[in-house]
Design a protein around this ligand. Structure first.
Ligand code: ATP
Ligand code: MG
Length: 335
């Protein structure tokens, strides 16, 4: 299947006192047409910076793409002008964010905001845009769409506002939807409904989705493949099923073990491993996860492991063989 997006050796930095601090440091991955891929990692691992780089939004907050390519349908987004990106954003690539209230304008009605989004990219009569807005509200499962069109953001619940944001993101039928923690601000039942909506839309529209979440449980439910990030680097990329059954990176394994059980607490990541993610100005010399890794050896502290391709996946760890040996006793285990 064709790749819709190919990110190659992306480096994105933020201006600090002594030059740029690299929030994303040599990240490469691809998304296939119609695929849902999840980026998972703890807070500060560079998930949002990766997506903001693809959208070319980092330069609006003191950041810069320092190196790499972002090929979207064969064109390098890293080389596009601000004006070209403005046209592309919201038309061929759309993004939804965590907090739907701040993303909506409080002084305009829902109808106005959705129709404006349509009119920005398509020259059609206003009436038609409003009718299309109503269709979109129906598509995202909002009841009484006619009434909603006339309402203001504060009159809707958080879950309803996120549906409106999804409607806006879908207004121009993008080929890629980037969703950065779209359900973190919502409660569990509403989260499930929004995730179900994304699944439905993906199927109906055959749209690729890059979903960012710190919750590997959500990633397992939603995606075909998962990218595990830690401190600005990719640790592992594999099919969801493989990640779930046989994590090859100790960090992936730790994330999976931190998934709370039914009676456990929600959202408390990495109870199973001590320590925290390093800050960008004091990154370890070797593997960035080494200070917290149960398998770390001298080599891990000295040398960064490259992201290596093996079987159907990519892993950056010096101890993949040890990890694999954990699964050797399993029936049909890989060699
Ligand atoms: P979270 O789960 O909390 O959203 P994340 O994985 O999305 O985390 P990022 O927001 O991508 O993390 O941040 C990665 C690193 O980049 C962090 O160390 C963060 O402090 C830094 N960073 C992000 N935005 C900026 C900014 N505007 N200026 C300076 N540093 C930034
Ligand atoms: Mg983030």
């Amino acid at each position: 299947m064709t790749n819709i997006l190919e990110v190659n050796e992306l480096v994105t930095g933020y201006r600090g006192k002594n030059g740029y601090l690299k929030a994303v440091d040599g990240v490469s991955f691809a998304i296939k047409e119609g695929e849902t891929i999840c980026i998972v990692g703890e807070s500060g691992s560079g998930k949002s910076v990766t997506s903001m780089s693809v959208m070319r939004l980092v330069e609006y907050e003191n950041g810069k793409i320092l190196a790499g390519e972002i090929n979207f349908k064969g064109e390098d987004l890293a080389k596009k002008t601000t004006e070209e990106m403005r046209k592309l954003r919201g038309s061929e690539i759309s993004m939804i964010f965590q907090e739907p209230l701040t993303a909506l304008n409080p002084v305009f009605t829902i109808g106005k905001q959705i129709s404006e989004a349509i009119l920005f990219h398509q020259k059609i009569p206003k009436k038609l845009a409003m009718a299309r807005a109503e269709e979109l509200l129906t598509l995202v499962g909002l009841s009484e769409p006619k009434t909603r069109l006339k309402q203001f953001p504060h009159e809707l619940s958080g879950g309803m506002r996120q549906r409106v944001m999804i409607a806006i993101a879908l207004a121009t039928e993008p080929d890629l939807l980037i969703a950065d923690e779209p359900t973190t601000a919502l409660d569990v039942t509403i989260e499930a409904q929004i995730l179900e909506l994304l699944r439905k839309i993906r199927q109906e529209k055959n749209m690729a989705i890059m979903l960012i979440t710190h919750d590997i449980g959500v990633a397992v439910e939603m995606s075909q493949r998962i990218i595990i990030m830690y401190a600005g680097k990719i640790m592992e990329i594999a099919e969801t099923n493989d990640i779930m059954k046989r994590p090859y990176h100790p960090y992936t394994k730790a994330l999976l073990e931190s998934v709370p059980t039914m009676d456990g607490e929600r959202g408390s990541l990495l109870k199973s491993i001590k320590g925290s993610i390093p800050s960008l100005n004091e990154l370890p010399a070797g593997c960035r996860f080494a200070p917290r890794c149960p398998l770390a050896t001298e080599q891990c502290h000295q040398e960064q492991p490259p992201l290596e391709t093996m079987q159907n996946r990519q892993v950056a760890c010096w101890h993949v063989d040890k990890m694999k040996s954990l699964y050797e006793h399993e029936k049909g285990g890989e060699p």
